[in-house]
Write a protein that binds this ligand. Structure first.
Ligand code: ADP
Length: 505
């Protein structure tokens, strides 16, 4: 043998050795079969590791033997294609020596060996993990499909062109009368009421653009032409190909809408009624105001200038008329102001006024009543205190607070009125030794009709009242940018109401 040929042979056997080493240590199964479909070579280590077979178990046999019976047909085709077209590929199960099956992806390629014989080399990769993952995803897909098909809500999936890619059949039919085939691939907006399209479009595109989710109320078209009120909850997700999709869960809210309409109508009716009530109250109060002022002024005049002529009985009767008309006057003033407040018409007429004079006027007005109830009404006031206020309104507040102090203080009690000037505020306080307020009662004060329901334990106090006095007083003080506060240590511990008016309004 010539030297060169010897060297070539040596090189060849060297490279064969290398290939053998690779084949023996490969992780995939490597198989060579002949045209009669008989095993001629296997990489034993991989075969043993993956399927538990030795060479003796395999060589000379046909590769169809360890196949799963369901895959034999497929395998025959792949092997034939391998020989016919040069290559073939498919996924099939092979039986492990211990009996269980393992999934492989097989790739076959035919070649001519050194003896001119056609053979096929098959490389088989263990794909158990991939199969498991696929099975898992199939199961979860199946689970979601089941949930969706049995849901009461209508579930849509839209693509980015807002075309319907999926919809659950039963709810679709129940809610809209359409079948799946009729709407798959159509634009979702075709089924939305024209007036709601713009909003729906906005929310769908926003969901796609901002990767968010949102809810809208819209009307969807029934096959018969009428519309159904639905609530659509949309969320964005990405399908297995990474394409954005909108998942829309659509709920029939016809009943809710009906209930809302009834509620709105009832509310409107109530508002109208309340309007009529306020209007009537306002008118009645106006009508009452003038004649009542005459009764009040006349009885006041009689008491002041004709008390000698009236005699004791007459005086008593006139006093009753005077007191009654005085109370009614305050009540009407409060009622008129509540109406004005409601219609935002409570405006202030601000002027420089002497608060001391206002307080004294109020005290004079109520002195007779306080005397009757055997209460001491004492004022500790500076000579004058000028502030820009609405005189009539501030008078109203003070009358309300003083009346309360008189009403809610049992006989022999004391009411003290003070005026203090601090850096920013003028504070008028009205302190009584009356029935006081519990913590709970304090919380309810200043509300409209905040009249507290309580047991007076036989205290000799007056219980009549509209429950509007403190509410209106607070509003008036706040219109002056002031504050009204209350202090009381509890039942029968007296109360102090403080009106704080800012020195610059
Ligand atoms: P009313 O017309 O009932 O007096 P107000 O709004 O003036 O209405 O007062 C609300 C409630 O606050 C009263 O019903 C009373 O229970 C309580 N209240 C007000 N002032 C006093 C006070 N000086 N002492 C004790 N309770 C008071």
């Amino acid at each position: 043998m010539p030297e060169e040929s010897k060297r070539n042979e040596k090189q060849l056997s060297k490279s064969e050795e290398t290939y053998k080493l690779i084949l023996d240590n490969a992780n995939d199964l490597i198989t060579i079969i002949n045209e009669n479909l008989i095993y001629e070579y296997i990489n034993e280590k991989a075969y043993f590791d993956l399927l538990g077979y030795n060479k003796e178990d395999i060589i000379g046999k046909t590769p169809l033997t360890p196949l799963h019976p369901d895959d034999v047909k497929k395998a025959t085709k792949v092997l034939r294609d391998g020989f016919k077209y040069g290559e073939g590929r498919d996924e099939m199960r092979l039986r492990h020596k211990d009996g269980h099956y393992v999934w492989f992806e097989h790739k076959g390629k035919s070649f001519i060996d050194t003896n001119g014989k056609r053979k096929s080399i098959i490389i088989s990769r263990d794909i158990t993990e991939r199969k498991k993952a696929e099975q898992k995803s199939r199961e979860s897909e199946e689970k979601y499909r089941l949930i969706s098909e049995n849901a009461n809500d209508l579930i849509f999936i839209l693509d980015q062109n807002l075309k319907i890619k999926y919809v659950n059949e039963k709810p679709l039919l129940n809610l809209t009368g359409y079948s799946v085939d009729e709407i798959i691939g159509k634009r979702a907006l075709n089924y939305i009421h024209l007036d709601d399209v713009e909003m729906a479009l906005k929310i769908f595109t926003e969901a796609f653009n901002k990767e968010g989710h949102g809810t809208i109320d819209a009307r969807v078209k029934h096959k018969k032409g009428h519309f159904i009120h639905v609530e659509i909850n949309g969320s964005l997700f990405h399908n297995e190909k990474g394409q954005p999709r909108a998942l829309l869960i659509t709920r029939d809210i016809t009943e809710r809408k009906k209930a809302e309409n009834v509620k709105n109508e009832e509310y409107k009716k109530l508002e109208e009624l309340s309007e009529i009530k306020s209007e009537s109250l306002l008118r009645a109060s106006h009508e009452l105001k003038t004649p009542l002022s005459s009764v009040y002024a006349a009885s006041q005049l009689l008491l002041k200038n004709f008390n000698q002529q009236l005699g004791e009985d007459g005086l008593k009767l006139i006093e009753i008329i005077y007191r009654g008309s005085q109370k009614l006057r305050h009540l009407i003033a409060n009622m008129l102001d509540v109406s004005r407040l409601k219609s935002n018409e409570l405006n202030l007429n601000l002027n420089e006024e002497n608060l001391v004079e206002i307080i004294n006027n109020c005290i004079n007005d109520l002195k007779l009543w306080a005397d009757k109830r055997n209460l001491i009404l004492k004022a500790d006031l500076p000579e004058k205190s000028i502030l820009r206020v609405d005189k009539i309104k501030v008078e109203q507040v003070l009358i309300n607070l003083l009346s309360n102090a008189i009403k809610y203080t049992p006989p022999n009690g004391k009411i003290l009125i003070n005026l203090n000037v601090s850096e920013n505020y003028i504070e008028i306080s009205i302190k009584d030794t009356g029935i006081g307020l519990t913590k709970k009662e304090k919380e309810l004060l200043f509300q409209k009709f905040g009249k507290s329901i309580r047991v007076y334990n036989g205290s000799d106090i007056e219980t009549g009242g509209s429950g509007l006095g403190l509410y209106i007083s607070k509003e008036i003080v706040e219109l002056h940018n002031g504050k009204i506060l209350v202090e009381s240590k509890g039942r029968n511990m007296g109360s102090t109401f403080i009106v704080k008016l800012p020195r610059s309004i």
